[in-house]
Structure formats: structure tokens, C-alpha cells
Design a protein around this ligand. Structure first.
Ligand SMILES: Cc1cc2nc3c(=O)[nH]c(=O)nc-3n(C[C@H](O)[C@H](O)[C@H](O)COP(=O)(O)OP(=O)(O)OC[C@H]3O[C@@H](n4cnc5c(N)ncnc54)[C@H](O)[C@@H]3O)c2cc1C
Length: 405
């Protein structure tokens, strides 16, 4: 199908983004927090000592404290960069005009998501990634599909490439990026997606006797206690996986541990989704890690999934990582709305469900979850036909056919 003459109304796109943010925001509002029983004080907090802090200069004592100051975008240190209004994942939402030529530095989840989104809106996007592939935290099989999808959408992906220097125009926004392979990329706006650094500067963590990593994250134990056991940390500042759901769940664990003196430990089973098209959804052990943990992998390519065929969206796969006892230890799903299928996988991994349990739960047809189900069925079938169990099943079948004569 070819569609010509499409014009994107960038103002309407951004208006929708802001409206969605405004609709979601009240969930975390001052009112909602106070309704749940907390007193909210707005201001800048910092520690003065192991049991003393201040908010905008007003002293406040505490028996227990939780640090949840989050993270801020890491900015590039390339020569010339400080003279330019670099867009970040915090400021890109304030754009009022769509950049015709956008350079994205960084090929992690945020760089890929935003780079693809702008390319789909019609911007000419060049994505510069220092490493040899995109999405370095995901399995290579997933990254390969996402790279091809971005390129299909017109993103000019430059791998194993570093930024050498930047020339800035008078407007302080556009310029020319010089890369270490000798090429130059003119741009209207430049977006840095280099990861996020913990917001611990000026927080008085030394005075509070809270130890940090070299990158500034508060070091926590499994129960989220810092080196000062009266102070806990949760969310991006703790150095644990940087996701909204992790911040929420761990914040709640930290709060109950602090208030009730418990030692509830955080889970290391953390689901995550990269919202590119197609999506990449992962939880637990990944296929590339299976062998070192004595696990096997069952994969269903979405070319064999009827829903994917009907939607003409067959690029993708569902892989299950399964241990020797048939328990699901991890999953990797690449495809449309893969994140929606991840809930079931997360539950199965958390509950150490066996593939036989998954296989025995009928899944609706035609859905993308069919792939998850069929991968579990394939594992059960493989177990029924191999080893001692396989011998027993074949023997039983032979006896049945002999008795039926
Ligand atoms: C572009 C982008 C896309 C993302 N997409 C996803 C996604 O799809 N799914 C997902 O799960 N995660 C996503 N994340 C990650 C997610 O947003 C973070 O992991 C999450 O917000 C971390 O929550 P937090 O509470 O630790 O920190 P934050 O949400 O950053 O909150 C910290 C708060 O502390 C305040 N603060 C800081 N210092 C002080 C101080 N000294 N005194 C008082 N207050 C202070 C800050 O103002 C802020 O309000 C995304 C992040 C970005 C940037």
C-alpha cells in the first residue's frame, strides 16, 4: 500500500502527549499522596547528618528516611557541546516545532524509541551509537530486528561511531556534528540519549554517611538499606534497574521496611519493555544466558503465529528460557504489543510455573499469546518424547495399541 501527501500536525501530536501526561499526573499528585496519609512538604531536601536533614533550609529530624531523588539525563562532554541547547529525554517534550533534521546520540532504549518516533513523524533522523549494536542491554536477536525496523522507518543508524566535535550555529540549536569516522552530519536539533545519572549531587550523602558508587548511586542491600541503616533508597537513585514499575514497587518495599522494621527483599525478576515498533519485552533469564544457567530455549517465530500473519506483522519471535525441571526462568518477546504478553511471562517466571502448567491453560485464538503458549507446548512435547519420560510414554502407547488389538 502507498500513501502519499500525509502531513503531520506536530502541534497536535505534542498536544496529545501533554494531554496524556496531564491525565496520568494526578496519580502521583500531592493530593493523592496526602490522601493516602502522608504529609507532603514541597522543597529541596538535603541531609545535614546521619539523623538530620533540611528542606529549603528548614531543619527536619527523622527516625528513618528514604532517598528517592531519581536520575537526570547524562549530558555529552564532547567539545563544543556546552554551547548548544541539547535536547534530552526531559526537555524533548517542550519542542514546539518538529526538527527537520534530528541527530540522536545514543542507541539504548530511549534513543531508539525517540529516534524511531521522530522518523515516523517525518524528521530525517541520524542515530549515532558508540557500540557495535543498538539496545546493548537486550539480546542481539532482538536488537537486530529493532535496527532493521528503525532503518525501514528511515533512521540512518551509525554503529561503532563516536562524536568527535560539534559546530554550533548562531541560533544555539542547529549545527554540524563531526563523527570519528570522518563524516559530518548537519542537524537542526540534537538529542542526547546517553543514559541517566543519579540525582545525588548536593544531597549531603557524605554527611548522612550514605555510601555511593563511583557513578553516584546510593549503595543498597537487598532490603534497600544504605550504609546508614536508618536511610533507605529506592528508584533510579539506587542503581537498580531504572523503570517506573521498579521505582514504585521498591519504593513501597522501602517504605514498609522503614515503617515496620521489616527486611523485605526486592525481587530480581524485573520485566522491561522497549517501546519501539516492534516492541521488545523481556523478563528473567534471556536466551543468550540460557546455556550458562543449564537452561534450554524454546522459540516460536511469529511467521508461525496466525494473529501475526493476519495482521501482516510477522517480524518477531517469542522465546522461553526453561530450566531442567521445566520451569520458566525467562522470556524474550519481540513483536507488536509484546509488552502486553509480558505480564503472563512475568507471572510465570515469578511463580516458577512449569511449561506443563502454561500448556494446560487454554489461550484464546488468534492472539500473539499463542506464541507463548505454543512455545510451552513445544517444550512439554519435547520432554514427553525424550529421556526416561519419553521411554515410559512410548511404552505406554505400545501397550495401549497391543491391548487394543
Ligand atoms: C524518556 C524516558 C522514557 C522512559 N520510559 C519508561 C518506560 O516506558 N517504562 C518504565 O518503566 N520506565 C521508563 N522510564 C524510566 C522511569 O521514568 C524512571 O525509572 C522512574 O521515573 C524513576 O522513578 P524515581 O521515583 O526513582 O525518580 P523520578 O521519577 O525522577 O522522581 C524523583 C523526584 O525527586 C525529586 N527530587 C530530586 N532531588 C530532590 C531533592 N534534593 N529534594 C527534593 N526532591 C528532589 C525530583 O524533582 C523528582 O520529582 C523512562 C525514562 C525516560 C527519561
Amino acid at each position: 500500500m502507498h500513501v502519499n501527501g500525509v502531513r503531520v500536525d506536530f502541534a497536535a501530536v505534542m498536544a496529545h502527549v501533554h494531554s496524556a501526561m496531564a491525565t496520568i499526573a494526578p496519580v502521583d499528585s500531592v493530593e493523592a499522596t496526602e490522601e493516602s496519609g502522608a504529609r507532603v512538604v514541597i522543597g529541596r531536601a538535603r541531609f545535614l547528618g546521619p539523623r538530620q536533614a533540611e528542606i529549603d533550609g528548614r531543619p527536619i529530624g527523622f527516625r528513618q528516611a528514604i532517598i528517592a531523588t531519581g536520575s537526570a539525563p547524562t549530558l555529552p562532554s564532547t567539545p563544543g557541546m556546552d554551547a548548544i541547547a541539547v535536547l534530552t529525554s526531559d526537555t524533548v517534550w517542550d519542542l514546539t516545532t518538529q526538527p527537520d533534521r534530528l541527530v540522536v546520540i545514543g542507541g539504548g532504549a530511549i534513543g531508539c524509541e525517540l529516534g524511531q518516533a521522530f522518523a515516523r513523524l517525518g524528521s530525517h533522523v541520524v542515530l549515532v551509537q558508540r557500540g557495535p549494536r543498538l539496545l546493548p542491554k537486550e539480546d542481539e536477536s532482538a536488537a537486530r530486528i529493532v535496527t532493521a525496523a528503525l532503518e525501514d522507518d528511515g533512521v540512518d543508524v551509525r554503529l561503532s561511531t563516536e562524536v568527535a566535535r560539534v559546530e554550533v550555529n548562531e541560533n544555539g540549536e542547529s549545527g554540524i556534528l563531526h563523527l570519528d569516522d570522518g563524516t559530518s552530519v548537519p542537524f537542526d536539533r540534537l538529542l542526547a540519549a546517553l543514559g541517566r545519572s543519579p540525582r545525588t549531587e548536593g544531597l549531603g550523602l557524605d554527611a548522612a554517611q550514605v555510601r555511593t558508587t563511583e557513578r553516584g548511586h546510593a549503595i543498597v542491600d537487598a532490603a534497600l538499606r544504605t550504609s546508614n541503616t536508618r536511610i533507605l533508597a529506592a528508584g533510579d537513585v539506587s542503581g537498580l534497574p531504572q523503570f517506573t514499575h521498579t521505582a514504585g514497587v521498591n519504593g513501597s518495599i522501602a517504605a514498609t521496611n522503614a515503617a515496620l522494621g521489616l527486611r523485605r527483599a526486592v525481587s530480581d525478576i524485573v520485566p522491561r519493555v522497549t517501546f519501539t515498533h516492534p516492541e521488545v519485552a523481556a523478563v528473567g533469564l534471556q536466551p543468550s544466558e540460557a546455556a550458562q544457567h543449564g537452561c534450554s530455549v524454546q522459540t516460536v517465530e511469529h511467521t508461525h503465529v496466525d494473529r501475526a500473519i493476519a495482521d501482516d506483522r510477522t517480524t518477531g519471535f517469542t522465546s522461553l528460557v526453561i530450566d531442567g525441571k521445566g520451569r520458566l526462568r525467562g522470556a524474550l518477546i519481540v513483536g507488536p504489543r509484546a509488552g502486553e504478553s509480558l505480564g503472563e511471562a512475568s507471572l510465570a517466571v515469578s511463580a516458577a510455573l512449569k511449561t506443563s502448567s502454561i500448556a494446560s491453560a487454554t489461550h484464546a485464538y488468534p492472539t500473539y499469546s499463542d506464541a507463548f503458549w505454543n512455545a510451552a507446548v513445544a517444550d512439554v512435547r519435547a520432554r514427553l518424547t525424550s529421556g526416561g519420560l519419553g521411554v515410559a510414554v512410548r511404552l505406554l502407547a505400545r501397550v495401549r495399541s497391543w491391548r487394543g488389538r
